[in-house]
Design a protein around this ligand. Structure first.
Ligand code: DAH
Length: 345
């Protein structure tokens, strides 16, 4: 019996050495280890042997079985390597220097404007952050001084999730986390952060309203930050983006997270101020709400309002891109219509 095991081993080794494909390896596996395989047969016959024989043969055949499994595995691996090697030899050489004939894609107009503003602000020492799109009610509302049942919540028709969280209605939702992340500014080194992001509100969609839109928010907090800093940064921002002088007007505006708060409007660049559907016939577009950060908001962010002041602004990035490129209908931006979207540089 022991000779049979020895013979099986030799036979197996010879067959495996000749195998040239995965199919052949599989056939060998079945011939030896399959239900009716040669090794399986020996294992089955153990029950008819006497105790001493059973012990000896059993031990040997089990060693052989393990050996066969390992050799099959190694042979399959070797086969893969050979296949790869052959494919590499057959492959055409690739010339990386040949110019592509494929059309190069283009950036979305909102991305272009966002990057442009990021570049301007980075050059003025701002850090770029991004906030989460799914937010807690606390971050989106409470932490920016909009407590439960405050009427300001009604202006932001919110998509709530079944777990009580929500899709952020404005980039201001990141203010608290950013203040906590960076902490109180060092003397002479104000905290300067820019945080663009996608926002969601349950709006009726028309030429100037979308349920998914982009804002770009900024904050500067330090030991001596005033409204004149705010106005300076807003002017730099707008003149750089439009690459010309734009007419602006500043009105008082109410936002619970700033005190005082302002609305910075720009003269509608689509109709030149005459009145059109984009500016709702008023000639002006609300573009840049801003103000001095409310002491409550600083306190909730872990920053002492007795020591520090700061400004914040929340730019309608979608609206700004429409103004810059003369896009009359906001729906184009989320349309995925490449013909319309790829024309911007
Ligand atoms: N979060 C406001 C909104 O979406 C926009 C805003 C207004 C942001 C004034 C600000 C700000 O930082 O100071 O309606």
């Amino acid at each position: 019996m022991l000779e049979i095991v020895e013979k099986l081993k030799k036979e197996f080794d010879a067959k495996l050495a000749e195998s040239k494909s995965n199919d052949e390896i599989e056939a060998i596996r079945i011939a030896y280890l399959g239900k009716k395989g040669a090794v399986t047969d020996v294992l089955k016959s153990l029950k008819d042997m006497d105790a001493e024989m059973k012990k000896q043969v059993g031990q040997q055949v089990n060693v052989l079985k393990d050996e066969i499994e390992e050799k099959l595995r190694l042979q399959a691996k070797k086969m893969e390597e050979i296949k790869y090697q052959m494919a590499m030899e057959r492959a055409e050489p690739f010339d990386f220097s040949i110019p592509s004939t494929q059309e190069i894609g283009s950036l979305h107009p909102i991305t272009i404007v966002q990057r442009q503003i990021e570049t301007i602000f980075k050059s003025m020492g701002f850090i770029i952050e991004d906030g989460l799109e799914i937010q807690t009610e606390y971050n989106n509302f409470e932490a920016v001084n909009i407590p439960k049942h405050h009427p300001a919540r009604d202006m932001q028709d919110t998509y709530y999730l079944s777990n009580g969280q929500l899709l952020k209605t404005h980039t201001s939702a990141a203010q608290n986390a950013i203040m906590r992340k960076y902490g109180a500014p060092k003397p002479g080194e104000p905290l300067r952060v820019l945080f663009p992001g996608r926002c969601f509100r349950n709006e009726n969609i028309d030429a100037s309203h979308e349920n998914t839109f982009f804002q770009l928010e900024g904050m500067m907090i330090g030991d001596n930050i005033s409204i004149s800093n705010l106005i300076y940064f807003m002017k730099v921002l707008l003149s750089e983006v439009f690459e010309r002088d734009v007419k602006v007007r500043l009105r008082p505006g109410f936002f619970p997270f700033v005190e005082p708060g302002f609305e910075l409007d720009i003269n509608c660049l689509i109709c030149g101020g005459k009145g059109c559907s984009t500016c709702k016939q008023s000639g002006w577009l609300e573009l840049l709400p801003c103000g001095m950060i409310h002491p409550n908001v600083l306190t909730m962010g872990g920053i002492d309002p007795e020591k520090y002041t700061g400004f914040a602004f929340g730019l309608g990035l979608t609206r700004l891109a429409m103004m810059k490129y003369g896009i009359k209908d906001i729906r184009v931006l989320n349309s995925g219509n490449l013909k319309a979207l790829k024309q911007f540089k």
